[in-house]
Design a protein around this ligand. Structure first.
Ligand code: COA
Length: 552
């Protein structure tokens, strides 16, 4: 089928559906929801068999849904209606939630139901629920809906009417306001989770209005509302019955979301509380060292790269046989921290520092002689973060993870992280060039087929991490032969072309991106960080807008 995605953005859910439906043999084209006439034009050009709206913020024009089947993915169970579906579910602490695929009609989320799935809720950020449970349920529902299309067309199946229910309003800041004197840790977390990543929770810190993000429960207590101290790049604030650590904030509408200590320099005056690095932790068992690193949004700034390198070097000193880079639950890594770069006095200088720190980390991993190394991707990886994963000897991923192993979307950024060494050695020179050029998301099935990863397993994060531990422990047994082979291979590769040459060539190009005449990288980063709404759909996504496109 020709399936047109009408969407607000090519976000993680849209990318996953794109990968799944393409894998099923459908031809998928994408149009961003910019303007009704542009949407109509896309429909006229592509003549889709089906229109799917995985992430839409406005209604589909009537002329379109009257003429063609338009299916909307709603992140709520049957009967739920409205734009803040997940926000309300988190705030109200429901135990089960779901995804419904509805046919577009005049009233929002009121059309007939084609498919629906439910899942147990988890105490987590909205963005994490969206990237995991909602995405998995959406994939199952959309597949179910597509299976019904032939019967619908034949007139032998009809969707069921949506349960009559009122449209729930968009959630306001007043609904999430934290009462620091009276709210328990669970309530504070639910409020913060309901607004994370967008729009955050409006609050005040150090006498200044701000939006808060990135909370975690913290095992201390104090007088409710009191700022108890600083841990890492965040602060700890007491609740009624405990405390929460808050990692990120921004001070104004249109401001940049940054680590809290960078937003409020006053936080530097708070006492430093004892406690581990909130972003990095190491564990060890059965000859396997596991390094967890859970940087907010997978963004790895200069200090994150340096801290992780120090933790990695410490892990190398341990008497283990295998080191597993476990990343974070939601992201493995998304490369350089573009927010911090954007906020720096000199974004070019900070980009340069950040890429050097990232390359130092990659190099330490590539040149590890003492252990076998594994990247275990619980969550998605993009740009430099996808190549960081390739620095290890083995790459394992949770089934369904989305990879974006390319840089070009960031203003034609050339990229470093030794990708010119790491990518061709896995997928061959031709395919490497195609991946970089096409700038499309890569699913785990295809990644496995082309050798980008070595294994894909686990239906959820818990299943994936459990199996990773078992596989890593098996690898640790009798690994001397593999270790010797890896050392020989590295020496042979070094003889053909030294790592220094790869990095020198890449960094020469990056220097041009950061300091050269063409400002594309700086412009693209600005738009990315400020989430500038799209004003057109890139050609590589909107295939119906390719020159010479004709309906097959
Ligand atoms: N630096 C800072 N923030 C980043 C980031 C990065 N490298 N990558 C992602 N984020 C943030 C986004 O700004 C967004 O923030 P918010 O929702 O809290 O406002 C959040 O992570 C989720 O990103 P989004 O783009 O919505 O996620 P996605 O899963 O739909 O898409 C990517 C994933 C990787 C395709 C996309 O985030 C991307 O292109 N990131 C930039 C990668 C890059 O070019 N890195 C620099 C070169 S190494």
């Amino acid at each position: 089928m020709r399936i047109l995605f009408l969407t607000h953005a090519f976000n993680s859910l849209t990318q996953r559906l794109y990968v799944e439906l393409t894998d099923l043999g459908h031809q998928v084209s994408i149009e961003f929801d910019i303007n009704d006439s542009v949407t109509q034009e896309a429909v006229n050009l592509f003549k889709p068999d089906l229109i799917l709206a995985p992430y839409l913020r406005r209604a589909i024009p009537e002329a379109i849904w009257r003429a063609r089947v338009c299916l909307i993915v709603h992140p709520g169970p049957v009967g739920d209606r409205g734009p803040s579906a997940l926000d309300w579910a988190i705030l109200e602490g429901v135990e089960e939630w779901g995804v419904t695929v509805l046919q577009a009609e005049a009233e929002m989320d009121a059309g007939p139901v084609w498919a629906a799935e439910t899942f147990p809720m988890r105490a987590a950020r909205k963005s994490s629920l969206y990237r995991n449970e909602v995405t998995e349920a959406a994939v199952r529902s959309v597949r179910g809906a597509l299976d019904r299309l032939p019967d619908y067309r034949a007139g032998t199946w009809r969707p069921t009417a949506q349960v009559a229910s009122p449209l729930r309003p968009s959630m306001k800041q007043a609904d999430r306001t934290i009462d620091w004197l009276h709210d328990s840790t669970a309530t504070v977390l639910a409020k913060l989770h309901s607004g994370d990543g967008f729009p955050g929770v409006a609050d005040r810190l150090f006498g200044q209005g701000c939006h808060l993000y990135d909370p975690r429960p913290w095992p201390v207590s104090g007088s409710p509302g009191e700022l108890l101290g600083r841990v890492g790049e965040g602060v700890v604030r007491a609740t009624l019955d405990g405390a929460v650590w808050i990692g990120h904030a921004k001070t104004r509408e249109g401001g940049i979301k940054l680590p809290l200590v960078d937003v409020f320099l006053q936080a530097g005056g708070l006492p430093e509380l004892a406690g581990a690095d909130p972003d990095i932790h190491y564990e060890e068992s059965a000859g396997v060292g596991i390094l967890h690193f859970d940087f907010y949004n997978g963004a790895m700034g200069t200090s994150a790269c340096r801290r992780l390198l120090a933790a990695y070097e410490a892990a190398q000193q341990r008497p283990t046989q295998v080191i597993v880079l476990m990343g974070g639950e939601d992201f493995f890594s998304n490369g350089l921290d573009l927010n911090r770069i954007e906020a720096a006095d000199s974004p070019a200088d900070e980009s340069w520092r950040n890429i050097q720190a990232m390359d130092d980390l990659c190099r330490a991993i590539i040149t590890t002689n003492s252990q076998l190394t594994v990247s275990a991707l619980q969550g998605n990886a993009g740009a430099g973060g996808a190549f960081l994963a390739l620095a290890t000897d083995f790459v394992w991923a949770r089934r369904g993870v989305i990879l974006n192993p390319h840089y070009k979307n960031m203003g034609n950024l050339y990229g470093s992280e030794y990708w010119t060494y790491l990518l061709p050695r896995r997928v061959g020179a031709e395919r490497a060039a195609a991946l970089i050029r096409h700038r499309l998301p890569l699913g785990t099935a295809e990644a496995l087929r082309i050798g980008f990863i070595d294994a894909a397993y686990g239906d959820d994060v818990a299943g994936f991490t459990a199996e990773t531990r078992t596989r890593a422990a098996a690898l640790a047994v009798d690994c001397a032969g593999r270790l010797a082979a890896k050392q020989r291979q590295r020496a042979a590769d070094e003889a053909v072309k030294p790592l220094d040459s790869y990095s020198a060539e890449e960094l020469k190009q990056m220097q041009r991106n950061f300091y050269g005449f063409d400002p594309s990288y700086h412009v693209a980063r600005h738009h990315f960080v400020h989430r500038t709404p799209h004003s057109w759909t890139p050609r590589h996504l909107a295939i119906h807008r390719e020159l010479g496109w004709v309906v097959p």
